[in-house]
Ligand binder design. Sequence first.
Ligand SMILES: NC(=O)c1ccc[n+]([C@@H]2O[C@H](COP(=O)([O-])OP(=O)(O)OC[C@H]3O[C@@H](n4cnc5c(N)ncnc54)[C@H](OP(=O)(O)O)[C@@H]3O)[C@@H](O)[C@H]2O)c1
Length: 180
Amino acid sequence: MTGKGDAGERKQGIALVIVVAVAENGVIGRDNELPWHLRSDMKHFRALTINKPVVMGRKTYLSIGHALKDRTNIVVSRDLSLVLPGCVIAMSIDAALGAAREDARKRGVNEIMVIGGNDVFTATMPMADRLEVTHVHASPEGDVFFPPIDAKVWRETTRVEYPKGPDDDAAFAIAAYVRR
Ligand SMILES: NC(=O)c1ccc[n+]([C@@H]2O[C@H](COP(=O)([O-])OP(=O)(O)OC[C@H]3O[C@@H](n4cnc5c(N)ncnc54)[C@H](OP(=O)(O)O)[C@@H]3O)[C@@H](O)[C@H]2O)c1
């Protein structure tokens, strides 16, 4: 999808891919929910993540409310007693990525998808190989933000603009970035 810049090719290993939808003001969440309804982007998210390991923070799991079907759900939490149906719990980012790597190998896929929220994005962005970003053309109020995408570090490889569909709150663009 991202052409010759694909991190899987670059590292010949399992790529760490961040998947995020971010508003023009950097907002990604509000009151532990998404601040918009974007049905078109949900389909895109599913297509990107299906049959792969997905790594998320406990609050993102709660905001979704259930394990995502046909994916290995790996949830990071420091809560030793946490049990979530259909999920692997990891006590650290390293443990989560280790479990995800093992799962990717078992599944025969070459990507680990990191799906949020801020805590987990912030911790994994320095290690990520690719960013799959939905740029939502809106500036909603929010309380969770995506770290800035530093153009000195990340090179945009694709960008496609989409009009607001019937079940979308806003128009959006889908862009991919790889490390320079
Ligand atoms: N727009 C998007 O693409 C997108 C994507 C994902 C989420 N979101 C939104 O973002 C919000 C949730 O994000 P958030 O940043 O508040 O929370 P989060 O990153 O989803 O979860 C934070 C929790 O994860 C655990 N955690 C984080 N770092 C850890 C580490 N290094 N080791 C062990 N556990 C760790 C902790 O759980 P414990 O407290 O249990 O220890 C922490 O409280 C929601 O509003 C959601 O809708 C938006």
